[in-house]
Structures are given as C-alpha cells and as structure tokens.
Design a protein around this ligand. Structure first.
Ligand code: NAD
Length: 366
C-alpha cells in the first residue's frame, strides 16, 4: 500500500501522524511511505530522519494526498484538505464528527473511508487511541498546576513538594480515570498530599492498591468536594461521563470557599468542564482568574508537548496502520472488531450510528 503522511495545517498543531520508527516498520512490510516535507518538524523529526527510515519526501500536501492509498494524520482534515481526499482513499485520524456537520458532509462527499481514532473501541469499552492523550494531559496537569501556584502568576505561593519543616502542597483530583491516576502519580512523585475522588468504587480500590499512602481515596459527592476545596491548593478536573457533558462538580459559589490563589486545572474542559466557571483557553493565554481562583482550562493540553504526544499516539496507532496497510480496510476491519468501531464514513455513507443521531438525519447519506 502507499501511505501518505501530510503536515498538519490546523493552527498550533505540532504533532504528526507517523514517526520515523513507524515509517521503518511500514517499509519493512514492503509498503511505500510519502511524507510531506517538514511534516515532523513540530515534533522534532526532520526530513532526513524520515528518509533514513525509508520514506520519500514530497514537497506539497497535494502530492501526498494524490499519490496515497491511505492518509495517516492527527487532526481532522480542515476545509483546505476536503477536496484533496479521493474516492476510496483511507483517512485514519481524529475526526470528532459530532462537533462539525460541515466536516461530516465534506467527508461524505469525498467518498473516502474515514476511520476515526476516537471511536476505535475494544470489548471492555475503552478507547485505546484516546488513552495516550489523557495520559499526557493528566501528567501535564500537575506540571502546569505547580507552575501556576507560584506567586508571580497569582497562585498561592505554595511549593507542591514542601521542604523539610514545611508541609507539602495539597492536590485534590476529581475523577480516578486515566487523567486522574496519571495526575495522582505525578503529584505523589513530587511529594504532595493527594486526595482523589471518584464515584466508581472499582477505580478507588485500584488507586488505593497501587498508590503510596499519601494518596488518599474518597467517594465523590458534594459534601466531600465542599470540604476538600477549602484545604487543597491545586484542584484537577478529570471527570468523564461518556458521550455527555461533564457534571459541574464545582459550582460558582464554591469558589468563595477556596483560599485565594488556589489553582484549578480543568482537564475535562473539552467536555464542557467539571467546574461551572470553566471556559476553554489556549496555550497562548492559558489562565484567567475568578474570585482569586486561577483557572487553567486549555482544551488541547497535549499540543504543548508535541514530541511526547506524537510518540505516545503513534505507539498505539501503528499496529492498526500496519493492519490496514497489510490487509486493506475491509479485511482488517472484518478481523479486528476494535478497529472496525473506528469506521465512521465509508465511501459516501455514514456507518457510525451516533453521527446520524447527532445531526438528527433520517438516513446515512445526508
Ligand atoms: N484538555 C485536554 O487537553 C484533554 C486531554 C485528554 C483528555 N481530556 C479529557 O479529560 C477527561 C477525563 O478523561 P479520562 O481519559 O481520564 O476519562 P476516564 O473515563 O478514564 O475517567 C473519568 C473518570 O471520571 C469518573 N467520574 C464520573 N463521574 C464522576 C463524579 N461525579 N465524581 C468523580 N468522578 C467521576 C469516572 O468514574 C471515571 O473514573 C475527558 O473529558 C477527556 O476528554 C482532556
């Protein structure tokens, strides 16, 4: 198969769909890989690295789309790319169709085969191609929270690890899922006191088993949240209700109960946030303050660490890319039910029921 890796053209996107290691594996399996010149630069991979791994570098995005049977990328195609997608061409990337009817219509029109990272789902209901980004965001949440606790950026002026003779900072984590556990691990590693809340007892038991004793689990309810926000310096929002808006666990009135300079990092901002006062921010301007509480609500946190994010993402996408390239999408999806869940639009037809429901369409072809 001929596989193409275009440069991401969505603003502030430094990730790339394939690393030189991925190219090496594909070439070893007798496939041809075209990489657009400069595609990996944002992640620290240069044309010569791809060439050494066996790729051919092409100058333009048009050439990459025109010559490839399968496009492997990171973000959904943007308007400029719509007409580049050809009938029958596989596009393997994050699409998030529910958030854009225009994109959905364009992909139907293209007659391409759209396989969405975010809906690849295994038998336990986990989303293996989303997990690495939650891991990155969970770990980053503590790094960012620690920074914004510093006084010059209006934080409480607390060092998370404390020093001998001074108690460590206190971190409250809402949600003990992927984001929550990774955040807890980082905070515990810095020596902070950590309280982690969830409504799922299985998750709390797991955290309790694997974490050191300065990570304390408690059931998530309003009473406990109101109690803890008064004494914690950094609050991480990592709650998810699948397919729904995150619940507002911290309401506007609760901000008054926090100490001035408390920092909230609401990682769940991409699902509306679990704090009533959350609104999406960018890496260029990541924080704002309400009632002396610093809010950090960047919706694409992994975008700030494109090297780590690219490698983490491609570690999990590559096995599927190889399957698609070796067998073609039909056989690969027939044999692998996890991958088959990623099929969203196939040659002009929507095959992922949720999209039809989201847009209140009556049929699979709008
Ligand atoms: N901002 C970013 O850049 C970024 C990056 C990655 C992920 N995210 C988002 O982070 C959020 C968390 O993702 P995840 O992968 O950790 O999800 P996850 O499903 O692994 O974990 C979510 C947890 O929330 C718990 N939960 C549900 N209701 C709760 C409640 N009332 N109180 C406490 N806990 C509750 C669930 O039981 C679950 O353990 C998602 O919204 C995800 O989209 C954001």
């Amino acid at each position: 198969m001929i596989v193409g890796v275009p440069k991401e053209i969505k603003s502030s996107e430094g990730r790339v769909g394939m690393t030189p290691a991925g190219v090496f594996e594909l070439v070893k399996n007798y496939h041809t890989v075209y990489v657009q010149s400069g595609a990996g630069e944002g992640s620290g991979f240069f044309d010569k690295d791809y060439q050494q791994a066996g790729a051919t570098i092409l100058d333009t995005i048009e050439q990459v789309y025109a010559k490839s049977d399968m496009i492997v990328k990171v973000k959904e195609p943007i308007a400029k790319e719509y007409d580049l997608i050809q009938e029958g061409q596989i596009v393997f990337t994050y699409f998030h169709f529910a958030s854009s009817e225009a994109l959905t219509q364009a992909m139907i029109k293209s007659k391409g085969v759209c396989i969405a990272y975010e809906t690849v789902e295994d038998e336990e209901g986990t989303l293996p191609l989303l997990t690495p980004m939650s891991e990155v965001a969970g770990r980053m949440a503590i790094q960012q929270g620690a920074k914004y606790l510093e006084k010059p950026v209006k934080g409480r002026g607390v060092l998370l690890g404390g020093v001998p003779g001074v108690a460590p900072g206190r971190v409250l984590i809402l949600g003990a899922g992927t984001v929550g556990i990774q955040a807890a691990k980082m905070a515990a590693g810095l020596g902070a006191h950590v309280t982690i809340l969830d409504v799922n007892m299985k998750r709390l038991r797991y955290v309790n088993d694997i974490m050191p004793s300065h990570v304390v689990t408690e059931f998530s309810n309003e009473f406990n949240i109101r109690k803890h926000i008064q004494s914690h310096d950094l609050i991480i929002g990592g709650v998810l209700l699948k397919g729904a808006k995150a619940p507002n666990l911290i309401t506007r009135d609760m901000l008054k109960e926090m100490r001035p300079g408390t920092v909230i990092v609401d990682v769940a901002v991409d699902q509306g946030g679990c704090v009533e006062t959350t609104k999406p921010t960018t890496h260029g301007n990541p924080t704002y303050i309400i009632d002396d509480v610093v809010h950090y609500c960047v919706a694409n946190m992994p975008g700030a660490v494109p090297y780590t994010s690219t490698v983490a993402l491609t570690n999990v996408t590559l096995p599927y890319v190889l399957k698609l390239a070796n067998m073609g999408w039909r056989s690969a999806c027939n044999l692998d039910k996890t991958l088959a869940k990623g099929l969203n639009i196939v040659e002009g037809e929507v095959v992922y029921e949720e999209i039809i429901k989201t847009f209140h369409w009556e049929s699979a072809v709008a």
